[in-house]
Design a protein around this ligand. Structure first.
Ligand code: SF4
Length: 674
């Protein structure tokens, strides 16, 4: 028998990860047999994470949805029968039409998040369909809402320090991020900087791999980043280390920031954060003494009641200490704002003034919302695994009068509750245009294989639903290629981007690959200065910007539960491939106080739910903290619940974001499993 010929094709990863790897995909006999990194993206430098290296398991695994299905058993049973696309689209379109006619468009809730960060997979034809139906609008706030609001108000989303320029820094502060698990391409640049003599400080409740290598590790109590950052700001001023000329020339609001930092002495912040005053002073001194100094601000610090103000205080640090204006100096948060691209022109329908549903409140909206949601259309998202108040979400999904459509690549926990399941293509089976929000890279990827089973692209399915619900118009942008063109045309540099994509496979944003903050890129605020006290944030934060809200722990629920990302999943993506029970991690002192030993069966619980799982006793977790990974699926615990079952649906001070890290729990030893 002849050996199939191996064909290598270029692609790019559009998953929800900062790095945006360029890829080489090997296809043999029409099947993907290998994924590797390619050199097209200069930051990701020909290597990729283990998650995507094993992408063939996702493409061809037993959980892949191969054809449309209709529910045959009870909701949540996962019992379905195969139906044709014709039947499935007719069912879905008929229900959309019926619900709209009987209850109004707002009874339809489209629900999506970052399952793909591609421009062609979200906010294009889907937006056209749901806007024309007058559906409820979704506030996509589960992640990056506080950081996005703050970065926009303070800096106008100025592009950040490029990962490659971290090698020029003398100090790197990694604050609330764990690049070893998510965003791995930053790590070698940090290591190279350390080899060059740079110092490394890590602020994180856990001893992450980078914290182990750091010169300084501040293991804060979750939710106390704000007082610590304010104490550093206060110290810089008190010690004469604040850059007053820079503040006078380049910022607004410094005086009031200092006034609000004044109560946060090192001792006061130390007491609240559960670290020593000496450790906070060491961080402040190291920061003042080092230049260039760069802060990698992550998303861990936003996920609590003080999240927005905490991010604002951390982003104020380079302004206060005068760290801008040199390569390798400043901060990096999300670089999504570096791109002035949008698919809006391809939508063909302005946004409607309909009800806005905060996605973090999905459970409440499904169980108590007015008007009641009667049609839930889920795509690019697995809300049962990723939204707070998991048991309330589940109760909502169990409603017999709710028609749920899940359009996904694999049978997720949410899909098991669907009335109709539709098979979606992955990025290897369709055209995509995507940009990194860490690395500065725009990439176009053509399909490298035919769709697996009967999978269809988001674009195709939403365009078809427009037709079947009678809202399509003759001048609609119809093909994926035309949507891509419209996205490129939305930039004044569209021609140049197109040429770079064709010639090099990758294009840079206006700022180029190596922006220097306050030198080659400037704050894009209305006055062109850094705003340390933006009026809109001041109005929004319940206690005013930089106001601190104390820890929500109670006597019954004293432990702070955090749910950080791991190297196995991207949020919940790839969760079907990891089926073992996941342990809750506890510090040895907390375990001993509860009579818990490594491997014991335990209950992690609070007023919202319970997770039954094994315990792992680990000195890498600070005392008073419990850790259960983010994005787990029901098969990862004994009782089908995950950390999200314990997460409150309260919202952050700014941006109405999720407060996952405000979950407070107790952990109890259980008898061994019968
Ligand atoms: S998930 Fe991130 S690290 Fe992995 S291949 Fe995609 S962009 Fe690269």
């Amino acid at each position: 028998m002849a050996t199939p010929e191996a064909v290598a094709s270029a692609s790019a990863c559009p998953l929800d990860c900062p790095d945006a790897c360029s890829l080489t995909v090997t296809v043999e006999d029409g099947r993907v047999t290998r994924l590797d990194g390619s050199a097209a993206n200069p930051v990701t430098r020909s290597y990729i994470c283990a998650k995507v290296r094993s992408f063939a398991d996702h493409l061809y695994g037993k959980d892949r949805i191969l054809w449309p299905q209709r529910r045959t058993g009870g909701k949540g049973s996962g019992s379905f029968e195969r139906i044709s696309w014709e039947e499935a689209l007719d069912d879905v379109a008929a229900n959309l039409t019926k619900v709209r006619a009987e209850s109004g468009g707002e009874a339809i809730l489209p629900f999506s998040y970052g399952g793909s960060n591609g421009y062609l997979s979200q906010d294009t034809t889907d937006a056209r369909l749901f806007r024309r139906l007058g559906a409820s609008r979704l506030a996509r706030t589960v992640c990056a809402a506080p950081t996005g609001r703050v970065a926009a108000a303070m800096y106008g989303k100025m592009p950040g320090v490029a990962f490659a320029d971290y090698v020029k820094a003398r100090l790197i502060v990694v604050w609330g991020a764990n690049p070893s698990a998510s965003g791995i391409h930053l790590v070698p640049f940090i290591q190279e900087a350390q080899k060059n003599g740079a110092r490394l400080a890590v602020v994180d409740p856990r001893r992450t791999p980078l914290a182990r290598r750091a010169d300084l590790h501040l293991a804060l109590r979750p939710g106390t980043d704000l007082p610590v950052a304010l104490a550093v700001i206060r110290w810089l001023l008190a010690e004469g280390r604040a850059d007053l000329p820079f503040l006078a020339k380049q910022t607004h609001g410094a005086e009031e920031l200092f006034r609000r930092a004044e109560p946060w002495t090192l001792a006061h912040a130390a007491e609240v954060a559960g670290v020593s005053a000496e450790e906070i002073e060491a961080l402040a001194r190291l920061y003042a003494d080092s230049s260039p100094a760069v802060i990698r601000c992550g998303w861990g610090l936003e996920r609590n009641r003080n999240g927005g103000s905490a991010v604002a205080a951390v982003l104020a640090l380079p302004a206060v200490a005068g760290k801008f204006g040199v390569p390798g100096g400043g901060y990096t948060l999300s670089n999504s704002g570096a791109w002035s691209l949008s698919a809006e022109a391809a939508v063909g329908e302005p946004e409607q003034d309909t009800r806005v549903v905060n996605m973090n409140k999905l459970g409440e909206v499904l169980t108590e919302g007015q008007p009641p949601v009667r049609h839930l259309f889920v795509y690019n998202c697995n809300p049962l695994a990723t939204m707070p108040r998991q048991e309330l979400v589940r109760r909502g999904l169990l409603r017999e009068d709710l028609f749920t459509v899940v359009f996904d690549q694999v049978l997720t926990d949410t899909a098991r509750y669907a009335d109709v399941v539709l098979p979606a293509t992955t990025f290897l089976e369709r055209l995509e245009l995507s940009r990194g929000y860490g690395s500065f890279a725009l990439q176009q990827a053509s399909p490298v294989i035919a769709p697996v089973g009967e999978a269809r692209s988001n674009h195709d399915v939403f365009a078809e639903l427009c037709r079947r619900t009678g809202v399509a118009r003759p001048d609609d942008v119809e093909t994926a290629e035309a949507v891509l063109e419209a996205v490129l045309r939305s930039s004044p540099r569209g021609e140049e981007l197109r040429a770079d994509l064709a010639a090099k496979g990758v294009a840079a944003p206006d700022s180029g690959f190596h922006p220097v903050q306050l030198e080659t890129v400037r704050p894009r605020t209305p006055h062109g200065r850094i705003d340390l006290l933006p009026k809109e944030l001041e109005r929004e934060a319940p206690g005013g910007l930089y106001g601190y809200w104390p820890d929500p722990a109670t006597k019954d629920h004293p432990l702070a539960l955090i749910s950080p990302a791991t190297g196995e999943r991207i949020s919940s993506t790839f969760g079907q491939l990891h089926r073992r029970l996941e342990p809750v991690r506890l510090h040895p002192a907390d375990a001993e106080a509860r009579g818990i030993r490594d491997g014991d069966r335990v209950s992690v619980s609070n007023e919202w739910g319970e997770v039954v799982c094994p315990a792992r006793v680990s000195p890498d977790v600070r005392p008073g903290v419990a850790v259960l990974p983010k994005g787990l699926w029901s098969h990862n615990s004994e009782n089908g619940a995950t950390a999200n079952a314990l997460a409150p649906d309260t919202l952050t001070d700014i941006g109405e974001g999720a407060c996952f890290n405000d979950a407070r729990v107790e952990v109890r030893r259980l008898p061994p499993r019968p």
